[in-house]
Write a new protein. Structure first.
Length: 720
């Protein structure tokens, strides 16, 4: 162990800068008072011993000292820890040193109340929080941090009382006892405890740079050291690390109610009064800050995936049903508004339904398969519940049953386990219904939030115009995703949507991100956001319908084509209406240059010479934006290029509608699409229109072409 520590410390320290520059996120820094503080944190890795003090010094300007196991005060690591003010746990004066620092405000302190690295993340609460020890026994979380904070506050009060009585000799005895030199003043500020929650994602075992280098220098690594290197090396080099500061606890105010009572006790010494206070509050205060530490866990894909599997009622689960289960669990937890969610299960969670659209899901799935928690059998997964529940030992658990560790972490939250257990019993049909409702609700909420955020009294249209919605025909197995065009909103395709619904189809009308609110919204939106908006329609319809048709007008047509290219056989038909593969206005080619110029000026903090938008007169000003942000035009151009590159991958039956005198989209676009797609059944029609928005007015002849295409290529094919 000694050789490992000496040789590996300098290597590990080189990674610190990388962590702080790219992987580390600080939140809750506003909770830090300018007072003496004991920080209390959860303890999962050995690396926290040197990472946290370094981070606190650099990022929040706090000089923090900490305790560390005396066994690691050897070699380079020992020197580093000492330089950071860390002292060994076996130092007989440690408590007095800590209290002295708190009394003067000379340094803050960091303590891990769990007392050990909780490698299996199993903490339970039976009156008090308990950690699982390496031998399988349970021990209460230590109360030392609470005792030291209360004791320091009481000693401070004692010093002030002695000062008022001019008892300077007794004051000096106390100062010497707590290593307070003559030049140091007692801080008048109240002592605080600040809970810290350290969240990691992802946590993965396996080879990593630190592990490889250590093995190169040290030929006979112990099993325990190797385990720590596998996990912690990956955390240091690959994981996102969030350090979250909870609300500070003012110790003076916390103990004030009981202190007033004990002060009135007759014939009782001050030491006895203080001990009564400490014994009364030590577990209450510890439970208080430990609850904050645990409640501030950031739930991520690993948690939701692992618990969805663990609490699944059956041993076999369909691949799509697992995704439904994860989606429903994550959305219902979000609705609680009680837990922080990592973006892996918050932003764009609907992308989980795309085969190659959610790297977080794929990563956790790969881990579950690798550790044989699940095995793939055709389109189903077999869950090995026995393997999931195997006790592999304290030190091996995070290597060989990593997912169980994520389950353990949430065991202490009955409100969460209730959700997982309840949903784990649902039938596939009920899960699909719940998933659909949650996707639609999430889609609409996102729109309402955006509308509120970007609302402009002069530029925003009727809020109902932009709301995504679903028209349901329960007797139909066909669902159509329908999207509006650039700078517009769902109102643009309302008549077509209604016609398709009246013709017997299910219709999901999407709202593209940045649209239906105000022009400024487009400045902060990328084409990938539009695609994700469109994909939500697909994810929703897959819960309801056997057949899915991707359809859209103009920019919506591009998205319909792109989805068909990416999903291939999962799309049963494509309807592209005036899709903007090629525009008539050649000035669009200048947009990337202008946009680059704007970005350059922004970097130099100059607004002079910037041109962010142009004012134009849309065909339907009551619906469309009248400002056209250059950022939006650039994104449209990028989407056109992306779509063009992928046309060859489209194999679904495709109807291409292109107005012959379209003033916006070059009519050649229709033929370009027709020639490039690989569909066996494809059709181009070029109706005679001299305007671009050909679908807003209820044109029966045009609409009939669409329904005939669906009937011929889906319904009739099904009957054959």
């Amino acid at each position: 162990m000694t050789g490992f520590i000496f040789k590996s410390t300098s290597v590990v320290m080189k990674f610190l800068e990388k962590i702080f520059d790219s992987n580390l996120k600080i939140s809750g820094a506003e909770n830090l008072p300018d007072t003496p503080i004991i920080f209390v944190a959860n303890h999962f890795t050995r690396a926290e011993t040197f990472i946290l003090p370094y981070m606190m010094d650099r990022l929040v300007n706090k000089k923090v000292r900490s305790l560390a196991d005396h066994n690691i005060f050897i070699g380079a690591l020992g020197k580093y820890l000492s330089s950071m003010g860390t002292i060994a746990t076996d130092n007989v004066d440690r408590n007095k040193i800590i209290i002295g620092d708190l009394l003067t405000g000379k340094a803050d302190w960091l303590i891990y109340p769990e007392g050990i690295m909780v490698k299996n993340k199993l903490v339970t609460k039976k009156g008090y929080y308990q950690v699982t020890m390496p031998d399988g026994s349970h021990r209460k979380v230590k109360t030392g941090a609470a005792v030291l904070a209360i004791k320091a506050e009481l000693i401070k009060k004692q010093l002030y009382n002695l000062s008022e009585l001019n008892q300077y000799q007794e004051i000096e005895v106390i100062r010497e006892s707590y290593f307070i030199n003559k030049d140091s003043k007692i801080s008048p500020k109240n002592i605080h405890i600040v809970p810290i929650t350290i969240n990691y994602f992802p946590i993965r075992p396996g080879q990593n740079s630190i592990h490889k280098i250590s093995k190169r220098f040290l030929k006979n690594l112990s099993k325990r050291v190797s385990e720590e290197l596998e996990i912690e090396g990956n955390i240091i080099t690959n994981a996102e690390i969030e350090v979250k500061f909870g609300e500070a606890i003012n110790i003076y105010n916390y103990i004030k109610p009981r202190r007033k009572l004990t002060d009135k006790l007759p014939l009782v010494s001050n030491d006895t009064k203080n001990n009564l206070l400490i014994n009364y509050y030590r577990y209450r205060l510890t439970n208080n800050f430990m609850k904050t530490i645990y409640d501030n866990v950031q739930l991520n894909m690993d948690h939701i995936f692992a618990c969805s599997l663990f609490y699944a009622h059956k041993n076999d689960i369909d691949r799509n049903m697992l995704k439904d289960l994860i989606y429903v669990n994550a959305r219902q937890i979000k609705k609680l508004n009680s837990f922080a969610l990592h973006h892996s299960v918050d932003e764009n969670l609907a992308m989980i339904f795309m085969a190659d659209g959610n790297n977080y899901y794929d990563s956790t799935l790969a881990l579950a398969i690798e550790q044989k928690i699940i095995t793939k059998e055709h389109e189903k997964y077999h869950i090995n519940h026995k393997k999931f529940n195997d006790d592999l030992g304290f030190h091996q658990a995070r290597l060989e049953n990593t997912l169980k560790m994520f389950v353990n972490q949430l065991v202490k939250f009955p409100i969460l386990t209730k959700i997982f257990k309840k949903n784990g019993k649902f039938t596939e049909k009920l899960l699909k219904e719940k998933a659909f409702a949650l996707i639609l609700r999430s889609d609409q909420k996102e729109y309402f939030d955006d509308y509120k955020k970007y609302f402009s009294p002069t530029e925003s249209k009727n809020r109902e115009f932009g709301k995504p919605y679903f028209l349901e025909n329960k007797k139909s197995a066909i669902g159509i995703i329908l999207s509006h065009g650039y700078k517009s909103s769902p109102e643009e395709v309302k008549n077509l949507a209604q016609y398709l619904y009246e013709s017997g189809f299910n219709v999901y009308v999407v709202r593209l991100k940045g649209h239906g609110t105000a022009p400024l919204n487009l400045k902060y939106t990328e084409w990938e956001d539009w695609y994700k908006s469109y994909f939500k329609g697909y994810a929703a319809l897959k819960q309801k319908c056997k057949y899915v048709v991707s359809a859209g007008f103009s920019t919506g047509g591009l998205l319909a084509l792109l989805l068909a290219a990416k999903k291939r056989s999962s799309i049963d038909g494509v309807i592209s209406i005036n899709a903007a593969i090629k525009l008539n206005d050649i000035r669009v080619n200048l947009v990337p240059t202008v946009h680059f110029w704007n970005e350059l000026l922004t970097k130099f903090k100059s607004s002079k010479g910037k041109k962010e938008f142009i004012v134009d007169t849309p065909e339907n000003p009551q619906i469309n934006y009248s400002k056209n942000y250059l950022k939006g035009i650039k994104e449209l151009s990028d989407l056109m290029n992306e779509c063009n590159k992928n046309l060859k991958h489209i194999i679904a039956p495709t109807l291409i509608i292109q107005a012959d005198k379209d003033p916006v989209v070059n009519p050649k676009s229709g033929k370009i699409i027709l020639d490039k797609i690989s569909s066996a059944r494809k059709k181009l029609i070029m109706p005679s229109f001299d305007n671009h928005v050909i679908i807003k007015a209820r044109n029966e002849e045009l609409y009939l072409e669409i329904t005939n295409f669906i009937n011929e290529n889906i319904i009739n094919q099904e009957l054959k």
